[in-house]
Design a protein around this ligand. Structure first.
Ligand SMILES: NC(=O)c1ccc[n+]([C@@H]2O[C@H](COP(=O)([O-])OP(=O)(O)OC[C@H]3O[C@@H](n4cnc5c(N)ncnc54)[C@H](O)[C@@H]3O)[C@@H](O)[C@H]2O)c1
Ligand SMILES: [Zn+2]
Length: 357
């Protein structure tokens, strides 16, 4: 299976798509290694991954599971583990888990003694196709999602779809929202292939489908190209936030509990499409194609906006808003997108009204 190389201005690293769990891959640290996971993933996979680490000493740090623990307290816990076990600047951190773990390990390793290396072993579909690649790492706080963080690229990423066997169907569906997001913005052909993919409802058939791995690979390839062009999100990388401007508010308003990130993204995609349709950049037929696929993946959850003005004001906390100008990523048909900062409050409110009825 292929190894993709991600090339940024400062570094380059491999994303290896292979049978990591069942081959003889070793993760090598010149000094110590600290593997970070949560109780659920560690219980399933730590014993399989530990023998693959070659280091002077290997330490394990288990942080609590869940988006609500993607915060400074968990970062502090990881740093405590690193200091207590005297990791040095040549030591390596290893993320074993979903996007929450890879985001936190990227961040903790990026600030520990001004930055040490980390390797990512993503165990959810969402983390494999999106979160583990590209070096954006952050945690949430009371003001919103991912508001504290930095850019820190991993030194390698190992992707094995076998991890997904133990993942719930709900989580797999949430990961598909990010795949769909990437294809809508960048690749109509891949979107068409996604429409033909096995439904995740029967998990084994879905995971055994020969179409799955090429689609995971395609997602990563596109993300790699985007990151190469715009590591720090000053332009094209913002397209990966399609649906997210809305989703982050939904997640915040529901206290990160009601929806998985990917489910919120799917609702956000539907909202962005409503706005795009209003502005004429997406036809009704294209919008329908996207919503049909979301429904097939079980991602057609509804959301009721109680207070339109409060929802609107929450946009201003978004990192993509500059000098009080809101910025939305909207699809231009399927396979294209535009960054729009010229949308009036009235137009945005008209879009939100669809969800307030
Ligand atoms: N940095 C980025 O570019 C980027 C991109 C997209 C998303 N993200 C972030 O990723 C996070 C979401 O990631 P996620 O969806 O992977 O959530 P997650 O990390 O919370 O994992 C979801 C759940 O699945 C469990 N789990 C993980 N792997 C498993 C496995 N193989 N078998 C059984 N259970 C398993 C976890 O313990 C958790 O309960 C969000 O915080 C989001 O902001 C970051
Ligand atoms: Zn996302």
């Amino acid at each position: 299976m292929p190894t993709l190389t991600i090339q940024t201005l400062s570094t380059s690293y491999p994303v290896v798509i292979d049978e990591f769990l069942h081959n003889d891959t070793c993760i090598i640290s010149q000094s110590k290694a600290l593997i970070v996971s949560n109780p659920k993933v560690a219980g399933l996979y730590l014993h399989k991954v530990l023998p693959k680490i070659q280091a002077q000493e290997v330490f394990v740090c288990i942080v609590p599971d869940g988006e609500e623990h993607k915060n400074m307290q968990s970062i502090e816990q990881i740093l405590q583990c690193a200091f207590a076990n005297r990791l040095d600047r040549k030591s390596l951190m290893i993320a074993l888990g979903g996007g929450v773990i890879s985001d936190m390990v990227g961040f903790a390793s990026g600030i520990f003694e001004r930055g040490i290396s980390y390797v990512s072993i993503p165990t959810t579909l969402l983390a494999q196709v999106d979160a583990s690649v590209g070096g954006k790492c952050g945690v949430n706080n009371a003001y919103g999602k991912n508001l504290i963080g930095l850019f820190h690229q991993p030194s390698a990423v190992y992707i094995d779809k076998e991890f997904l066997r133990t993942l719930s169907t709900r989580e797999i569906k949430a990961g598909l929202a990010e795949v769909l997001k990437i294809f809508v913005c960048f690749d109509e052909q891949a979107f068409t292939k996604l429409e033909m993919l096995e439904s995740p409802e029967s998990k084994d058939a879905f995971l055994d489908s020969s179409a799955l791995l090429p689609l995971i690979q395609r997602s990563i390839e596109i993300k790699a190209k985007v990151v190469e062009q715009d590591e720090r999100e000053s332009g094209i990388r913002a397209a990966l936030n399609y649906g997210h401007t809305f989703a982050h508010i939904i997640e915040m308003q529901t206290h990160y509990k009601r929806f998985l990130h990917g489910q919120a993204v799917a609702i956000g995609i539907a909202m962005a499409n409503t706005l795009a349709q209003q502005l004429g950049s997406l036809s009704a037929a294209e919008s329908k194609r996207i919503s049909t696929l979301l429904a097939r993946f079980g991602l057609d959850e509804s959301y009721h906006i109680d207070d339109i003005e409060a929802f609107y004001q929450a946009f201003f906390l978004d990192k993509k808003s500059h000098s009080n100008k809101l910025c939305f990523i909207l699809p231009e048909g399927i396979g294209g997108f535009s960054l729009r900062d010229d949308i009036s409050k009235e137009q945005i409110i008209a879009c939100l009204q669809h969800y307030a009825r």
